[in-house]
Design a binder for this molecule. Structure first.
Ligand SMILES: [Fe+2]
Length: 173
């Protein structure tokens, strides 16, 4: 008995359903999207057989969709990169599945290796490139689903040309 508290649980707590949080079918918070991505990363049976590498163009595959969000699988052969871009009104979580990528932002450069995650808000500007000697695979959650990826000049602090995601795989990241 805990004498420091007046609250005690009497009986079986699982018989009090109104006290339990229902398990949500779909994620809706950054932490839940990151958790979903980690769960996919930990289960290569969901994605490894789908991965293709294409030296002529960036390869990507829509792995899953849910209410207002999408998961994309991307591969990067050495030398392939996204260029500097943002993600319009979408937030995102980038999760490394295999290999290593380098992310360039205005605040610095980050090396992302398997298991690393980067969560970013709408308007976040970065460029991602595989400057290693091995192919890389990454998983990208976008919420809401990605509809545009404005390209940014490396010399320009803001603005940029807007391109529609999905029509040009060379910029998806
Ligand atoms: Fe990106």
């Amino acid at each position: 008995m805990n004498s420091d508290s007046d609250l005690q649980i009497a009986g079986d707590i699982l018989e009090v359903p109104h006290l339990l949080q229902p398990v949500r079918e779909h994620p809706s918070t950054v932490a839940e999207f990151a958790g979903l991505a980690r769960a996919v990363a930990a289960d290569p049976g969901q994605w490894r057989h789908l991965v293709r590498y294409d030296a002529t163009t960036r390869w990507y595959h829509r792995l899953r969709t849910g209410p207002g969000y999408e998961l994309w699988l991307l591969s990067w052969v050495p030398g392939q990169g996204s260029g500097l871009h943002d993600h319009g009104r979408s937030s995102g979580v980038l999760t490394m599945l295999d290999g290593a990528l380098t992310e360039h932002t205005r605040r610095g450069t980050h090396t992302l290796t398997a298991g690393a995650q980067r969560a970013f808000p709408p308007g976040y500007v970065h460029g991602v490139v595989n400057d290693s000697l091995e192919p890389a695979v990454s998983l990208h959650v976008y919420y809401p689903a990605l509809t545009e990826m404005p390209v940014h000049s490396t010399r320009c602090a803001g603005g940029g040309k807007t391109v529609v995601a999905g029509q040009d795989g060379s910029v998806r990241a």
